[in-house]
Design a protein around this ligand. Structure first.
Ligand code: ADP
Ligand code: MG
Length: 292
């Protein structure tokens, strides 16, 4: 399912002395089945932008189409849009409120007018999709660990079985292990269910690992857009807007500065290793040749 954003502007407190242009004249198309990461400094408008994708915020001007249907147009039911586009807020665990995990995940589907059996199936599938232990279902969401709470909150959105999954900083505050687990689950979900995934992130290594395409925001506008390799090759431009590059890219760029003939674009440990090994092998070969 695709998302088409055209000339989208959002002004908070429009028409008051507190008016604030949060996003300005944004054009963005996200294709069916794509995995797109939105990056940018705090306050650059990422959350404002993604909250338009399921109609949570209304455009001040411009439009958002989901699968060709414009949100907010007469006759378009917001509930239908919200079933298609699942939005997971930043720190979604703050929105857990039922007595048990099961009830929490069932909350969305219960309001869809489907049978109890269908609700049960959806809850089970959603909990399984985030690798939640079945024994969690009857516990109180409030006694879970941070990572477990996060996963239960995501399961609550997955239980609506959306076609588009939007996650606002899904790994914020998780430890490296919890972060990797969650990223693996998102990746698997996207592949298995052919989901369109949009996620906001501050972590350059994780967007390099996961996203097909990066959208870089600065002061309410999109300033760069493209595959991770292309974006991270412009490390200096990123720095001027308060962003970095993945750890491995930074390492490669430092070695290049020392005269190593390495690609500027290596994003992962594996790629970096390959490039460095190629140089070492070449040096060994040349060295051996010189001995003869
Ligand atoms: P990001 O998610 O990139 O940190 P936001 O979309 O949250 O950025 O914020 C963009 C701008 O809009 C910021 O200047 C922020 O202060 C402002 N803003 C965000 N939410 C509100 C709100 N509810 N009322 C007024 N201004 C807001
Ligand atoms: Mg935000």
């Amino acid at each position: 399912m695709s998302i088409e954003v055209r000339s989208l502007t959002h002004i908070y407190n429009d028409g008051t002395p507190f008016a604030r242009v949060a996003i300005n004249n944004i054009d963005l198309t996200i294709d069916d089945g794509e995995m797109v990461a939105i990056i940018g400094h705090t306050g650059s408008g990422k959350s404002t932008l993604v909250q338009h994708f399921n109609g949570l915020l209304r455009p001040t001007s411009g439009s958002v189409k989901i699968d060709g249907v414009e949100i907010g147009q007469k006759g378009v039911d917001l509930r239908t849009i919200r079933r298609k586009v699942g939005l997971v807020f930043q720190y979604p665990e703050h929105q857990l409120f039922e007595e048990t995990v099961w009830e929490d995940v069932a909350f969305g589907p219960r309001n869809m007018g489907i049978s109890d059996e269908e609700v049960r199936g959806r809850v089970e599938r959603a909990l399984r999709a985030v690798d939640a232990d079945p024994s969690l279902a009857q516990r109180s969401p409030f006694e879970l660990s941070g990572g477990e709470k996060r996963r239960v909150a995501i399961a609550g959105v997955l239980a609506m079985e959306p076609s588009v999954l939007v996650l606002d900083e899904p790994t914020a505050g998780l430890d490296p292990r919890g972060r990797q687990d969650l990223l693996g689950q998102i990746q698997r979900l996207q592949a298995e269910r052919h989901l369109t995934v949009v996620f906001v992130s501050h972590n350059m290594t994780e967007v390099a690992q996961l996203a097909d395409r990066l959208v870089v925001m600065h002061r309410g506008e999109i300033v760069m857009e493209g595959p991770p390799k292309q974006i991270f090759a412009e490390g200096e431009h990123l720095q001027t807007i308060g962003l970095g590059v993945p750890d491995m890219t930074a390492l490669m760029q430092r070695l290049r500065a020392k005269g190593w003939d390495l690609p500027a674009s290596a994003l992962s440990v594996e790629e970096a290793e390959q490039a460095i090994m190629a140089i070492l092998t070449e040096e060994a070969r040349v060295g051996a040749g010189a001995d003869v």
